[in-house]
Design a protein. Structure first.
Lengths: 370, 886
């Protein structure tokens, strides 16, 4: 239960303690649906040590299917190991094997590859300040119960001004050409993804149904809904043990700060140090199949609202054709042409921050975009 | 100044001087009384002023204009009985100096007790009776009744009843009580008899300086580690929302701590919050808080006093390890209809006292409610704006003095809380209590009290936002209890108390039901728990000699776990895990599943060192058969109570305490130092991620721990004068250790670790300055070491987010706690005849605005670890309350 009362919350720096547990962190993920394995190895560090993650290179990492194939991962970047083409069947028991450069061996429990039910629907509701997303799913076999979700947001947005022209400058003159979409620098795309742990279970229900579970609350003031917005939900089924792990990680590191916080507890990983059983291991080996569902929202689909994409202070200027050579230095972006008696006598101009949407996103249309 | 002269008089000339201080404020005197008789000195002193003096029986009464007459008008006693009818007939001075006249009259008249026997005045006889407040008829608790030669004294009990055995003959019986004017009676004791005595409240600005040493309760009583607070004292302590809160006042006492500001959970001398027996007129209250702990569940307007036993707990109490908090309400005015109430920023309250039969039957009712929703709306947080919170409590109390030998007390109590967070889940909880108490006096020296009662605690969580998951979750606890207590005063050297008690518990640990047609929730009913806790006790207070007295008590308690129930078995020596369940045994209804029983020893010893100092020792053992399950640091509304069963053993605690008490300045200043050492067994601690609600086998989620606590408490208390209050400092430790062979069942590898409420240094000052009768200022200062917390020392990257790894429990502490509060009471005028008396209380809680940490925590926000400090009250909180009485 979360009760935030009259209180106030301030940043707090942890005490200066050098003593910490230097442990191997195994962030192991096998997405059976995609046939990919990503295993990141790193070392834990002191809480107040804000340096980069210390990745562990040169380890041997394998995905072992019981009575089946073994896949050796290769190190793509320091400490980040990858393999694709993994072929799994539901019911397969899979194990992660790691042997670090020191020769210490780590083994995970055998995890069962289980089927994730389809997402039934993703719905939303909105008010002036937020858009809430809900997910619904069910298992017709009444056998899944434990679910975890992630989501990815993609949204299209526009810069303040459409750039209809561009110019090429020589030592003596300025040549002007028209632009075509998507080179107008006006439409761009931004991405974001879930960072919180999103879990739900249907253990207390007499059917394995998740109905309208709230998985995200997105503020409208962010401007994400200003044009067109896409919300992709990724769903995975978990075993009870894995669910408990995530639930405890959530309660230790996310659901804190209320008046009635439970005591933090130590997590139990499904990976153990075989060479030195007394030394703990952080992290988890996650094996899952994945279901996805994407929905789109346009501005008119959500409650009318104010937003600020940071273009409020944009203004444009007018440059006469004859002054172009002098006025376009320092460089400016051309917006549109002003005509008088059928010929261009001036161009409207503005700065990159108001015209070039690529400063905030990418103008490459995503493959899935509809 | 006059104040300087009075003591000189008192030391050298007379016993007491009565005077009105205001009469002397502007006058200066110089006199050498060694050369003169008292009479001459006073003549000289008051020459040329309008001050008059009267010398009477070694006492001096100084008044303005009219002297005190030492003989009374012929019709005085008749007039006193029907005072209002014949007011005109009285001379002015009697009306104005009512107290003086009455005191002098009753105090000097010889009262004959018992018929004279032919045997002369040999041996002892007994006097017993009630000490009451003359205005309201309320019994006065803890008043001391004594004689000087030989030194014999007793204190009144919870009914205001006293029984004292004295040598037959003539005595001056003296009666003292805090907050009341002292009085005395001249008695001729022939035989056993009754004497009821009425005391006046000590508010008349006639200052009395007592030269003879009082027999002070703190020095002479056998009690140690007992704190008694009356409502007047508590009302002067500044409070967060302007509302007197007994549990918050209790927190200012030495040895009483809490984990944080929103919690009313008391940790007494290093004990857990479930180890306190909270009795409201003898009914157990299970959740003594309102609104997440910001208010206590007791309406201050009906309270009379609160007693907290931290050590030396007498044998008549049992069932909790750490303390007994006994809350007594007023019995109700039996002379006139009175009411009182208050209007504050968050709550309003009203209390009425109705005399149904004059001097015999009084009915009191009171209610309190909140309108705190507006406050939530002010909070700039979406989820709180949409929240609702409300509470109310109701009290009813009937006191019927049937006759001299029988009196009846009935108390009913109901409290209700509900809050809805973010307009989703509704939490509701309530306490109910009903007690009936019948007191019968068999003889002067022997009386008995029969008590029967019911206490209940229920909570319910309702969620209906999502029709598929809509549910009702409920928890119920009910206890029916009865007890018989007897008091027998044998001679002057023994006072026995003995009795039996029994409590039947019935708990529904959790029922989950679907709500609405669409809900798919599977109904789940955790099997109910039943048990009977019984006790029999005998205690004897022995006056060994004039210096030493001893209390010896033995309580034998027993707990029967009753069916119907299925009980899981676990192999001995193996961790209690679901995978280790070997067997399940079914028991039928009311079948005894198992029985725990054992003796509880209680002993105290007092040795007087002169008139104003004493040493006390005590030892007590307690057994507790009901446990609160709580995995949060502070008490939360969804905490549940669980009975002992074959897998959850009863808690057993021992405490040794020693104290030294000394009074100064004619007992105006009381000081004490107490030290204690406590051990406890079978304390519950929890495994990581323990599931406490809807758990069918809670024993798999709990750990068995033992506790050790020790400390020293220093207290200086000034009870009289313009400046009063107390200063206390406590050094204490409270440690726990899990004891299991299995590493999985230990915390911090089985080493001792500090409990959540281990705060070694604790300093409190409660001060009150009375400018005059209408205006006083109160100031609180509190400092304590920050409570222990578990801080993660290790960070790591997992699934694109920074995460923290927790290591040993409670190795670090949050920043120290410091708070200062101020309050002012402004009384309306004191004209006798007006519609209502009113007062304003204006205060500031957390004057310095210090952002005291309630907790610090580390949270993964957008993939990054961030440290935060949460404070409950980060600013000074001004309050204003209007109180009235009529």
């Amino acid at each position: 239960m979360t009760v935030y009362f009259l209180g106030c919350v301030e940043p707090y720096s942890p005490p200066k303690v050098d003593q910490f547990e230097d442990l191997l962190v195994v962030d192991g993920n096998v997405n059976g649906t995609a046939g990919e394995a990503n295993v990141y190895l790193s070392r834990s560090q002191a809480l107040n040590d804000l340096s980069e993650t210390k990745y562990v290179s040169g380890a041997i990492v394998e995905i072992r299917v019981q009575d089946g194939a073994t896949y050796r991962l290769s190190e793509k970047k320091s400490g980040r190991y990858y393999v694709d083409g993994i072929d799994l069947n539901f019911g397969d028991m899979v194990q992660l094997y790691v042997s670090d450069a020191d020769g210490s061996e780590y083994l995970s429990d055998f995890e069962e590859y289980i089927e994730t039910p389809k997402i039934d629907k993703v719905t939303y509701s909105s008010d002036e300040s937020n858009v809430n997303f809900y997910v619904s799913t069910h298992d017709p076999n009444n056998n899944t119960f434990y679910y975890k979700w992630d989501y990815t947001e993609t949204w299209e947005f526009r810069s303040a001004y459409y750039s209809g022209f561009y110019y090429e400058r020589t030592d003596t003159s300025v040549e002007i050409y028209p632009r075509r979409r998507p080179d107008t620098l006006h439409f761009c795309y931004q991405y974001d993804s879930s960072t919180q742990i999103i879990l739900a279970n249907s253990k207390h229900l007499n059917e394995d149904i998740i109905n309208q579970f709230p998985i995200a609350k997105v503020g409208t003031s962010t401007g994400k809904f200003a044009d067109r917005y896409s919300f992709l939900v990724k769903q995975r089924a978990l075993s009870e043990k894995t669910y408990k792990y995530w639930e405890m990680l959530q309660s230790n590191t996310e659901s804190v700060g209320s008046i009635f916080d439970p005591q933090p507890s130590q997590l139990t990983s499904n990976i153990r140090n075989v060479s030195h059983p007394e030394i703990g291991v952080l992290g988890y080996f996650n094996l899952y199949s994945e279901q996805q569902l994407r929905i789109y929202l346009n501005y008119r689909d959500v409650t009318p609202h104010f937003f600020n994409r940071g273009y409020r202070s944009c203004v444009f200027d007018t440059v006469l054709v004859e002054d172009m050579f002098d006025e376009l230095y320092p460089p400016k972006y051309l917006i549109g042409a002003l005509y008088q008696q059928g010929s261009v006598y001036a161009y409207t101009t503005s700065f990159a921050s108001c015209v070039d949407c690529r400063l905030k996103g990418s103008n490459k249309v995503p493959e899935f975009w509809q | 100044m006059m104040e300087d002269i009075i003591p000189v008089f008192e030391q050298q000339v007379v016993e007491r001087v009565f005077y009105n201080k205001a009469d002397f404020d502007t006058l200066k005197y110089k006199i050498d009384i060694r050369e003169n008789s008292a009479k001459e000195a006073l003549e000289k002193l008051f020459e040329g002023t309008d001050l008059k003096y009267t010398l009477y029986k070694g006492q001096i009464y100084i008044t303005r204009e009219t002297p005190v007459y030492t003989s009374l008008p012929a019709n005085f006693f008749r007039v006193e009985e029907s005072f209002t009818d014949s007011e005109e007939e009285l001379p002015d001075f009697i009306r104005n100096q009512e107290v003086v006249s009455q005191t002098v009259g009753v105090e000097s008249r010889l009262i004959t007790i018992g018929k004279a026997t032919g045997n002369g005045l040999n041996g002892n006889a007994n006097i017993a009776g009630y000490i009451r407040d003359i205005n309201t008829g309320e019994p006065v608790i803890g008043a001391v009744v004594y004689i000087e030669e030989p030194r014999i004294g007793v204190a009144t009990d919870a009914f205001g009843y006293y029984s004292i055995s004295l040598p037959r003959g003539r005595h001056e019986l003296l009666i003292n009580s805090i907050g009341m004017k002292s009085t005395k009676r001249q008695i001729l004791l022939n035989n056993n008899g009754k004497l009821d005595i009425e005391l006046k409240e000590d508010v008349i600005p006639l200052r009395e300086i007592i030269v003879e040493s009082e027999k002070d309760l703190n020095i002479t009583s056998l009690n140690m580690g007992v704190e008694k607070l009356d409502i007047k004292t508590m009302k002067n302590v500044p409070m967060a929302f302007g509302e007197t809160d007994i549990l918050k006042v209790a927190l200012t006492l030495p040895g009483v701590q809490t984990v944080g500001e929103s919690s009313t959970g008391l940790n007494v001398r290093g004990g857990t919050t479930d180890q306190n027996l909270i009795l409201y007129n003898d009914a157990t209250i299970y959740n003594p808080s309102h609104l997440f702990g910001f208010f206590s569940a007791f309406n201050p307007d009906v309270l009379k006093n609160v007693e907290l036993y931290k050590s030396g707990i007498p044998a008549n109490y049992g069932g909790r390890l750490s303390s007994v908090l006994e809350i007594s309400t007023k019995d109700g005015n039996k002379r006139k209809f009175v009411g009182s109430g208050g209007i504050g920023l968050l709550t309003s309250k009203l209390a009425l006292e109705i005399p149904v039969i004059k001097d015999k039957l009084s009915v009191s009712v009171s209610g309190r409610s909140t309108y705190s929703d507006w406050l939530l709306k002010l909070v700039p947080d979406e989820s709180i704006k949409n929240s609702q919170a409300s509470f109310y409590d109701l009290n009813a109390h009937i006191h019927y003095n049937i006759n001299e030998k029988n009196s009846l007390y009935i108390t009913g109590y109901h409290s209700d809380d509900r809050f809805k967070l973010n307009s989703d889940t509704l939490y509701q909880y309530n306490n109910d209590a009903l007690t009936l108490k019948w007191k019968h006096v068999f003889a002067n020296k022997f009386y008995g009290v029969f008590t029967a009662g019911y206490s209940g605690y229920n909570y319910k969580v309702t969620s209906e936002q999502n029709p598929v998951n809509a549910f009702d979750l409920s928890y119920n606890l009910g206890q029916k209890n009865f007890k018989l207590d007897f008091n027998y005063f044998s001679g002057s050297s023994h006072a026995f108390d003995f009795g039996v008690s029994s409590i039947a518990y019935d708990i529904n640990p959790g029922n989950l039901y679907p709500r609405g047609e669409e809900s798919l929730i599977i109904p789940l009913e955790i099997q109910s728990e039943k048990g009977v806790e019984s006790g029999v006790y005998l205690g004897d207070k022995i006056e060994i000699n004039s210096r030493m007295s001893l209390y010896l008590g033995l309580r034998y308690s027993m707990f029967n776990v009753l069916g119907p129930r299925d009980v899981f078995s676990y192999p001995a020596g193996q961790p209690k895990e679901t995978s280790n369940i070997t067997d399940s045994t079914s028991y039928s209804s009311n079948e005894i599943i198992n029985t725990y029983h054992g003796p509880e020893y209680r002993a105290s010893l007092r040795y007087l060192l002169g008139n104003d100092a004493s040493i006390k020792l005590s030892y007590n053992r307690m057994r507790q058969y009901i446990h609160m399950l709580s995995n949060t640091t502070s008490i939360s509304p969804t905490d549940t109570w669980k009975l002992s069963d074959p897998n959850i053993k009863p808690q057993i605690g021992d405490q040794f305490a020693i104290g030294y008490y000394k009074n100064f300045r004619a007992s105006a200043v009381e000081t004490s130092i107490e030290a204690y050492y406590k051990t406890s067994k079978n304390i519950l601690d929890y495994k990581g991620g323990a599931k406490l609600i809807l758990n069918e086998h809670i024993e798999t989620d709990v750990l068995n721990a033992e506790g050790k606590a020790y400390g020293v408490e220093l207290l200086v208390k000034k009870t009289k004068g313009k400046i009063n209050g107390w200063v206390s400092y406590t050094y204490s430790r409270s440690l726990l250790r899990t004891n299991s062979e299995n590493l999985l069942e230990t915390i911090n590898n089985g080493e001792y670790y500090p409990s959540n409420y281990d705060k070694p240094h604790d300093f409190t000052m409660i001060g009150n300055y009375k400018f005059n009768r209408r205006f006083n200022i109160g100031l609180n200062v509190t400092y304590s070491t920050g409570r222990p917390i578990t801080i993660p020392l290790t960070r790591y990257e997992f699934n694109d987010a920074g995460r923290v790894h927790y290591s040993d429990r409670n190795e670090y502490r949050i920043p120290d706690y410091f708070r200062m509060d101020l309050s002012m009471n402004i009384e309306g005028n004191h004209k006798v005849r007006k519609l209502a008396h009113s007062s304003w209380t204006v205060g500031v809680y957390n004057l310095t605005g210090r952002k005291n940490a309630y907790s610090v925590y580390f949270q993964t926000v957008d993939g990054e670890i961030k440290g935060y400090k949460l404070s409950i009250f980060g600013n000074p909180i001004p309050t204003i309350t209007y109180n009235f009485s009529f």
